[in-house]
Write a protein that binds this ligand. Sequence first.
Ligand code: HEM
Length: 180
Amino acid sequence: MDINFVGIVLRWLHILPAALIIGGTIYILRVVLPSLDGLPDDTRRQLVEAMRARWAKLFGVSVGLLLISGISNVMSISRQYDLPAYYHPLFGIKFLLALAVFYLGSMLSGRSESARRMQQNSRFWVSVTAALILAVVLISGVLRMAERSPKAEQPEPETTGQLEAAPGSQILFDATAPAA
Ligand code: HEM
C-alpha cells in the first residue's frame, strides 16, 4: 500500500487554516460584531483592539499556510494528472477570490490609516469577505471532484546498446567491439 505522506500533510495544512478562516469570519460576523453593540465606547474600543491583534496573528499564519500548501498542491496535481479544460480557469478564479479574501482580511485586522477607515464599516466588509470565502469553498469542491486521470508515462528513448558519437567527436571505447 502506497501512502503519500507529503500529500496528506499538505492537505491538512490547507484544510485546517481554511476551516479557521471560514469559521473565524462567520463567528466575527454573527457573534462578535452584534455583541459589541450597546457596549460603552471605551470598553468596545479596548475589546476590539485586543481581538484585532490576536486575530491578525492567526489570520497571517493561515494565509501563509494556504498559499504554501495551495501552490504546491496545484503544481503536483498539474504534473501528475490530465485535467478537464475548465480546471485551470476555475482555479484561476478561485485564486483571485482567495487573494481578495486575504486583502480584505488583512485590512480588517490591520492598523494602517486606510485599514482603520475600512474597519469603521466592518459589518459590510466582513459580510463581503464571508461571501467571497463561501465562493472559494464552493469552487474548491468543484475542483476537488474534477475528473482526473494519471498522465501517460513518457516512453523511454530507444537505446541500441551502442554509444553514439556526437558529430565531430571520437569514440574512445566501443563496448560492442570484439576483444583484441
Ligand atoms: C480563502 C482561502 C482558501 C480556502 C478557504 C480554500 C479552501 C479549500 C478547500 C476547502 C479545498 C478542498 C480540500 C479537500 O477537499 O481536500 C481546497 C482545495 C485546494 N485549494 Fe484551496 N483554499 C483557499 C486558498 C487557496 C489558495 C490561495 C490556493 C493556491 C495558491 C489554493 C489551492 C488549492 C488546491 C490546488 C486545492 C486542491 C484542488 C483539487 O483537489 O483539485 N487554495 N481549498
